[in-house]
Design a protein around this ligand. Sequence first.
Ligand code: SF4
Length: 287
Amino acid sequence: MLEIKYIADLVIAADNAGKKISEIVWQWECEQSGVLAESIWEKMQARLETIKISAYTGKQQQGKTFNGLVGGDAYRMAQTDQLLGGTVTRAVTYALSVSEVNADMGKIVACPTAGSCGIVPGALLATAELLKSDNDVIIKGLFTAAGIGTVIAKNASVAGAIGGCQAECGSAAAMAAGAVVEMMGGTPRQVSQAVALTLKNLLGLVCDPVAGLVEVPCVKRNGFAAAHALVGAQMALAEIESVIPADEVIEAMNQIGLALPSSLKETSEAGLAKTSTALSITARILK
Ligand code: SF4
């Protein structure tokens, strides 16, 4: 029976078994749930189908959401590639797309949450296109991401209301970075380095949604965080190492989340939610 509490446990289990972290997480899920391995794979396959639909439909929509705050940005991003290069541009586009579908009450996969639902899909789908890889590679990436997210949830939180946006978008970016490293052929240690590097640089991010809606700053933040995940993955693949190991970064995030005031944890009582523009929007929406 696998005993996984930390990222280090995932790395050790993978190295000892000569397997990838995705395989360890798949086995771990089988053991925890008592569900057959094939059934778990099929469930993840179904999640991928939902992810793809949200990623491909959102970027074709040019209209605004019901409240008029967001919408059409994935479409705009998909029309241009002057600066970032194809993979980063596609990651941002897909992340915006899935996030806009969520803001428009469409069906998404919360990975780990609805507010951060675009980041893992954005990074993984863009990487799969770069590699011209099939669904199996993306599904394995989703297992890796799920394992990382589970460890973060065990030792800290993935909820903005508990840990601020570092816990939602920070965790999602770390999940995506680790998964991308494995998809690119990186080692379990490089996966853990990607988690550390990526999460470390989103520590302290507060949750301050305008009018309490998961739209501003959430949708665009998903786009940024998908690009951030790719940077973390590339650094790890280049053998750049975080001085602070992944599990200590996760504990630091936990402590920062505890120290954040409740006004910056999804209550919309501070930060961007209290700017004059946000207050005008809130008054209009609540009228
Ligand atoms: S700002 Fe808050 S609601 Fe928006 S994505 Fe971040 S944690 Fe979620």
